[in-house]
Design a protein around this ligand. Structure first.
Ligand SMILES: C[S@@+](CC[C@H](N)C(=O)[O-])C[C@H]1O[C@@H](n2cnc3c(N)ncnc32)[C@H](O)[C@@H]1O
Length: 267
């Protein structure tokens, strides 16, 4: 089989990410950085190294190289408004809720879960939610834990939050320790079939934004079904504004708050 197709298959099997023919050149360019790092002469050698298995570290580096990590604080801000104004009051209004658990399931460099922590802290400092954040890319997770950002990451952030939650030095902005401590990071692959790696039935809210677009229908279905299992009954799933669960699942009840669509697990 042609080298690109073998590489594409491995990436798909391991991460659910489907690379169309049109992106062949882009992906080869990204993977070339791994060849260079490993001192390998060609893609065939690299594929052999990966296909021989037992190479979890290189697989991780391959994910780092090929994933798109675009994000920012307060990206798609209406989701955060709906979270604090509608979803959290609904969840807290239900009987027997002790603490809230939220999960940013493709958190990239941390801007999304930290924005959750900031808006929830602003809404009610006594709330102290459990916020989990995960990604397939170790490189982004390391960067998330450092929590030092440039102004591009903060391009959608109001001055009020910048001065309250960040320490500015030169071109960089360091997130304050309290918000950093509010988020627990881990590596979770949304395409991983081993269920125990997910967080079954524990979550009140899951954000899974701007990652399903890289999956084909089959991997979307699998991932969304496992996200469903990770939610408590009554819990909510947020996906990216340009994404849809049409054709993927009917298990959720679509709910609209302020013209913004979110998905609720009812039972
Ligand atoms: C474009 S970013 C989205 C970040 C954030 N959710 C947002 O909307 O701003 C997509 C992230 O999904 C991650 N990703 C891709 N495939 C994944 C998988 N199979 N499991 C978990 N994360 C994955 C990438 O590493 C990347 O950090």
């Amino acid at each position: 089989m042609e080298t690109f197709k073998r590489l594409r298959n491995i990436i798909y099997e391991e991460s659910g990410i489907f690379i169309p023919d049109a992106k062949k050149y882009l992906v080869e360019k990204k993977v070339a950085s791994r060849l260079e790092a490993r001192g390998l002469a060609g893609f065939d050698d690299y594929l052999q190294a990966i296909e021989s298995g037992g190479n979890a570290e290189e697989m991780g580096r391959l994910f780092d190289a090929i994933t798109t990590n675009e994000t920012s604080f307060f990206r798609e801000p209406e989701h955060f408004a709906v979270l604090v104004e509608h979803v959290v009051p609904d969840l807290l209004g239900r009987n027997g809720v002790k603490g809230l658990s939220l999960w940013s399931s493709a958190c990239s460099t941390g801007e999304e879960p930290y924005t959750m922590a900031i808006v929830l802290r602003e809404k009610n400092p006594a709330l102290r939610p459990n916020i989990y954040a995960s990604d397939i890319s170790n490189q982004t997770l390391e960067s998330a834990k450092r929590a030092v950002y440039n102004s591009y990451s903060l391009r959608n952030t109001q001055e009020y939050y910048m001065s309250k939650y960040f320490k500015n030095g030169g071109d960089l902005y360091e997130l304050n320790q309290e918000i950093k401590n509010a988020v627990r990071f881990m590596n979770i692959n949304l395409a991983d079939d081993r269920k125990q790696k997910f967080l079954p039935g524990m979550m009140d809210v899951i954000f899974c934004r701007n990652v399903l677009i890289y999956f084909d229908t089959q991997s979307k279905r699998k991932a969304v079904s496992r996200l469903y299992d990770s939610l408590k009954p009554g819990g909510y799933l947020f996906i990216g504004k340009s994404e849809s669960l049409h054709d993927i699942t009917r298990a959720f009840k679509p709910v609209i708050f302020n013209n913004t669509l979110v998905y609720k697990r009812t039972t």
